[in-house]
Design a protein around this ligand. Structure first.
Ligand code: 13P
Length: 260
């Protein structure tokens, strides 16, 4: 799965669901059952886009058994920067790889905010995922205060700069997700023009950090819905979306996948 992901990640449009800390065995089963016929019909992709789902750790085995014969990728929402040892509560990339995990969200703003993850730790986690053959989905984005202070570009530039060594190593086998914190779960989406401007900026930063990864996929996340997905995904530097709330409702997620 991960080799396949690495091969297809050159500006491949992706729609990735981030279930966050939601779900349960029965609820996941119904959600997957409601989505799989439509997703399978496209071999886990629309005409252009690939599809992935990132679940809490305990449900990775469930995703593995539901998705392993489909083209849909499954992923984790975090990974340790360590490989093994006395790190209670952490999960290594090698362990995730055993469950066929192909994607790992790294440095989601909720982890930066609630778990104090620094840019340096995020870079180390991305390197650990990559070393285990898992495609890191590196999340970047500014808070409302940073945007209001005109620091949105410098914040994101610093987040990416910390990851420069791993970006250089990964080439296009990495996915970057721009998620302005003020747009996450607030219903307040960045306008297509605002999102496009940041995506163009991010692509420039990637070129500066590591020419090799200038062609990686850059996804937008933050209140993406069926009603705004098409316009966002039509922007020249937006390669798809990282979807939170709407990925928990089969019809909404499928409509967003169709928009890609
Ligand atoms: P929402 O789509 O619920 O705003 O969440 C976005 C997100 O954080 C995806 O990782």
């Amino acid at each position: 799965m991960s080799e396949d992901i690495a091969k297809t990640s050159q500006r491949t449009p992706w729609v990735i669901g981030n279930w966050k800390m939601n779900g349960g065995l029965a609820a996941n089963q119904s959600l997957l059952a409601a989505m799989l016929p439509a997703l399978n019909a496209g071999g886990g992709r629309t005409r252009r886009a690939r599809v992935g789902v990132c679940a809490p750790f305990p449900y990775l085995a469930q995703l593995q058994s539901a998705l392993e014969d489909t083209g849909v990728a499954w992923g984790a929402q975090d990974v340790s920067d360590k490989t093994s040892g006395a790190f209670t509560g952490q999960v290594s990339a090698g362990m995730l790889a055993e469950f066929g995990v192909g994607l790992a969200l790294i440095g989601h703003s909720e982890r930066r905010q609630y778990n104090g993850e620094s840019n340096v730790l995020v870079a180390a986690k991305a390197a650990a995922a990559l070393a285990a053959g898992i495609t890191p989905v590196i999340c970047v984005g500014e808070t409302l205060a940073e945007r209001e202070a005109g620091q949105h570009q410098s914040t994101v530039a610093a987040q990416l700069a910390a990851c420069a060594p791993v970006l250089r190593q990964a080439g296009s086998a990495v996915i970057v997700a721009y998620e302005p914190v003020w747009a996450i779960g607030t219903g307040k989406t960045a306008s297509p023009a605002e999102a496009q401007a940041m995506h163009a900026f991010i692509r420039d930063q990637l070129r500066l950090a590591a020419t090799a990864c200038a062609d990686c996929s850059v996804l937008y996340g933050g209140s993406v819905k069926a009603s705004n997905a098409r316009e966002l995904f039509a922007q020249p530097d937006i390669d798809g979306g990282l979807i939170g709330g709407a990925s928990l409702i089969a019809a909404d997620f499928l409509a967003i996948v169709a928009a890609a």
